[in-house]
Design a protein around this ligand. Structure first.
Ligand SMILES: NC(=O)c1ccc[n+]([C@@H]2O[C@H](COP(=O)([O-])OP(=O)(O)OC[C@H]3O[C@@H](n4cnc5c(N)ncnc54)[C@H](OP(=O)(O)O)[C@@H]3O)[C@@H](O)[C@H]2O)c1
Length: 241
């Protein structure tokens, strides 16, 4: 399926993996809209994407805003890469404040569901929705109970949405370690060592690039006979020895 001339919405497309998806889709001839909460970030993204790109400020956790955003709009494909990085993401279960931990689901799970609910009616029968989780769903580490459960929930939601919304296709990309701005919190002089340590056991022992993750989203948008699937872009971390 050619992406030329298609209307593609990337929620979370102002940075990181989402930006790489927007850039690749734009390169493939699609008309891209990037959406997220920060107008500045989106403006900068649109400047880099070129004049055909559009942006929209949208908080995916605000269902009324999501419903309003989709009113009167039409897309061919929706990609959801939104994720926030605040709050306590890791820690021993014994110390976990469960009420605060529920916040981990707000953007990645509930935001994605709001977008599927209100975005699906804007899609054609051969349209698609592509969600995002992470390898923590497959390889939990100590202190990651809530993150791992949330990421796994996105995978199950993907399969259930594929059933619910068929023939609209719903798939999910599960990235491993990808070089985006989220890792900038690690001081630059220690970042390379940290990447080397975290990827040492992978079959491909290096961090992935956002453009490599973007390939998976482009494939899932084009792949007209593929739905309810999770596509792993993780450098062989699951098979790492
Ligand atoms: N990078 C990795 O190594 C990695 C690994 C596994 C999984 N992932 C997953 O991949 C996804 C993308 O990660 P990334 O590395 O590309 O991070 P990123 O650059 O921080 O991208 C996330 C985007 O989400 C947007 N966002 C945050 N809250 C939002 C909200 N309420 N509504 C709409 N948009 C919102 C942010 O923009 P605003 O600030 O403008 O809202 C940001 O552009 C995340 O779900 C992440 O968990 C990443």
């Amino acid at each position: 399926m050619d992406l030329g001339g298609k209307q593609i919405l990337v929620i979370g497309g102002g940075s990181g993996i989402g930006f790489a998806v927007a850039a690749a889709a734009s390169q493939a001839g699609a008309a891209v809209t990037v959406a997220s909460t920060s107008a500045d970030k989106l403006d900068a993204a649109v400047r880099r994407l070129g004049e055909r790109a559009r942006s929209a400020v949208l908080d995916a956790t605000d269902e009324a805003a999501v419903a309003g955003f989709f009113e009167g709009r039409a897309f061919d494909h929706i990609v959801y890469t939104a994720g926030d990085w605040g709050g306590a993401r890791r820690g021993p279960l014994a110390d976990t404040d469960l009420a605060a931990a529920a916040g981990l689901f707000r953007v990645r799970f509930w935001g994605a569901l709001a977008v599927a609910k209100h975005g699906a009616p804007t899609l054609p029968q051969n349209g698609s929705i592509t969600l995002t989780d992470g390898m923590i769903a497959q390889r939990p580490s100590k202190g990651s109970v809530v993150s791992s459960a949330m990421a796994g929930a996105v995978e199950h939601m993907t399969r259930a949405l594929a059933v619910e919304l068929a023939p609209i296709r719903v798939n999910c990309v599960c990235p491993g370690l990808i070089r985006t701005g989220v890792w900038d919190s690690i001081p630059a002089e220690r970042r390379q060592d940290q990447f080397a340590r975290l990827t040492a056991r992978q079959l491909l022992p290096r961090i992935g690039e956002p453009e490599e993750a973007a390939e998976a989203y482009l494939y899932l948008m084009r792949a007209g006979y593929t739905t309810g699937q999770v596509l792993y872009v993780e450098g062989g971390s699951a098979l790492g020895q």
